[in-house]
Design a protein around this ligand. Sequence first.
Ligand code: NAP
Ligand code: ZN
Length: 346
Amino acid sequence: MITAKARAVDGPDKSFRAAEIKRRDLDLHDVLIEIKYAGICHSDIHTAHGEWGAVNYPLVPGHEIAGVVSDVGGEVTKYKVGDRVGVGCMVDSCGECESCRKGEEQYCLKGNVPTYAGVDKYGEPTQGGYSTHIVVTEDFVVRIPDNIELDAAAPLLCAGITTYSPLNHWGAGTGKKVAVVGMGGLGHMAVKIANAMGAEVTVLSQTLNKKEDGLKFGAKNYYATSDPETFEKLVGSFDLIINTVSAKIDISAYLSLLTLDGTLVNVGAPAEPLSLNVFSLIGHRRSFAGSMIGGIRETQEMLDFCAKHNIIPNIEVISADQIDEAYERVLASDVKYRFVIDISTM
Ligand code: NAP
Ligand code: ZN
């Protein structure tokens, strides 16, 4: 067993504390990663607070992991000691079902193994990246391109792929009008990626406070959703809307902003159900869809795309003692635009 230092939480209302966790000894296809940076995703907060259902505490969150390979199992072929690598939201899947065979392991019909708050094939609870080391089977490890620093790479492993995948799937590109709802961790990546894909991007944020940043990230337009005129003005405007909001919003109001045959993709995952007025869909043959992260192959494609287009997340690096404070700030929409934990402070 390998001992790793970590930050764990013991219940929905508890603060983070220092902890020691065990990582399994390397199996033939396992890679040991010395974690350098871990991003803080809003999903970590939903999970730590028990909003998505019962959690087995203590919990070590973190699924935006960037680090360096420090050991490999006897039959590992893809990575060697010293390689710069990343791990995202899942660490395994069945490998045999239709989804896995298509490279869409996130939709594994038997359920993928999440990086934390899951159970691995050995029956052990999985623990995430707020820790110094992790052991992952090589098929669920991706390579970080040389021109992306490890701290900035971390958020790409969830915020990057979760926005790249639906933009790719629904064909964001030249001639397409794309709106991004909510400009936090996921939202700011969606703006940068959609812009690089060639789409005309509009941000729909609660206020105009971050407008200057949004335009710098590549948005052409930026509107405040607190202004009712925004919804009147933009009716029927967008081919694709990516909703990244972590809370319940009036989906019908946003659906009305789609063109004929337009699609609103929900990636935001609030615990409360969203309700909608079906007339906002049927009138213009619109679609309301969802999307979850992306497969391993697509995650590597996204990293290479970001490297090629110089797409780097805007991050604020924090120490391990600042996780609670960072959670508070994310909940207050006071994040520009991703907190990343410097694991050396653990
Ligand atoms: P985040 O950094 O907190 O960003 C969410 C943004 O939503 C905020 O910055 C804010 O943007 C807006 N917002 C927050 N509360 C709002 C409210 N009450 N009304 C309207 N807008 C509000 O969170 P994130 O890490 O990007 O994650 C966003 C959501 O995606 C979370 O629910 C997370 O669990 C989910 N997620 C899903 C997947 C997936 O695979 N589908 C993957 C990762 C994360 P403005 O300040 O611009 O208004
Ligand atoms: Zn995430």
